[in-house]
Design a protein around this ligand. Structure first.
Ligand code: SF4
Ligand code: SF4
Length: 193
C-alpha cells in the first residue's frame, strides 16, 4: 500500500515536514503510479486516476482527504534537488507501508520507484537521490519495475539484522541500532498478533 490513511506524524518523524517552498507544479506522478487505499477513495497502481485530466486533478477543489494530506519524499526533503521532482527525474520516492511484512526491514521503508521511460540511472539522478536518502535508520528499497532491491542498510548489515547472527565488531553498533529500531516488525511477532 502506498497512499493510505496513516498517522501523518510517522511521515513527519521519518522524513521531516513538507517543504513550504515546494509545490507539485505540473507533476501528477502519484495520481497514476501509486495505489490509493483510503476509506473514501481508492485506485490501483499504474493506472491514471479517473479524475486526472490534462490540466491536473479535475476535482482539485474537492479532492479526497488522502490527496490533500499525502506528499512524496521530494515534497518533504529539501536536500533533494529540484530536478528530482518525480515528473522530471522519473523517480517517485515515497514512504511505503507493508501490512504483512516479510521481514523487519520491509514494514516501513522508503521506496524509490523508477517510472517507465526513466533515464535516472544513466543520468546519475538515481545515485544522487540514494546518496541523500541512505544515511538514516530508515530502510531504502529501489524498484525498477521488475525487481525490488534493498539499498540501505548495506547487504552485510542487513544480513545480520535479519538473521540475528552475531555481527563482527566493526558492524556491531550499526546492526544493534537497526535491530533496536525495527525489532517491533519482526516477522514472528507480527504473525503472532
Ligand atoms: S509525486 Fe510528489 S510532486 Fe508529484 S504530484 Fe505527487 S506529491 Fe506532488
Ligand atoms: S483525486 Fe485528484 S489528486 Fe487524487 S489521485 Fe485523483 S487526480 Fe490525483
Amino acid at each position: 500500500m502506498n497512499r493510505g490513511p496513516r498517522d501523518p506524524d510517522i511521515e513527519t518523524m521519518l522524513l521531516g515536514p513538507v517543504v513550504p517552498s515546494r509545490d507539485c507544479g505540473d507533476c501528477t506522478a502519484c495520481c497514476t503510479h501509486l495505489t490509493v487505499n483510503s476509506p473514501d477513495f481508492a485506485k490501483p497502481a499504474g493506472i491514471p486516476c479517473s479524475h486526472l485530466t490534462e490540466g491536473g486533478c479535475g476535482i482539485h477543489a474537492v479532492r479526497p482527504h488522502i490527496c490533500r494530506t499525502w506528499f512524496c519524499v521530494w515534497r518533504r526533503r529539501a536536500d533533494l534537488p529540484d530536478a528530482a521532482r518525480p515528473d522530471r527525474s522519473g523517480l517517485l520516492v515515497s514512504l511505503n507501508f507493508v501490512d504483512r511484512p516479510q521481514n523487519r526491514l520491509e514494514a516501513v521503508s522508503i521506496n524509490i520507484r523508477m517510472l517507465p521511460g526513466s533515464d535516472a540511472i544513466r543520468s546519475g539522478m538515481a545515485a544522487a537521490i540514494l546518496d541523500r536518502l541512505c544515511t538514516a535508520l530508515v530502510p531504502v528499497w529501489f524498484s525498477d519495475g521488475e525487481e525490488k532491491m534493498l539499498m540501505h542498510p548495506a547487504a552485510d548489515v542487513a544480513r545480520h539484522v535479519l538473521s540475528d547472527t552475531p555481527p563482527p565488531a566493526s558492524l556491531a553498533p550499526e546492526v544493534a541500532a537497526w535491530r533496536e529500531r525495527y525489532a517491533v516488525f519482526d516477522t514472528d511477532r507480527t504473525e503472532a498478533r
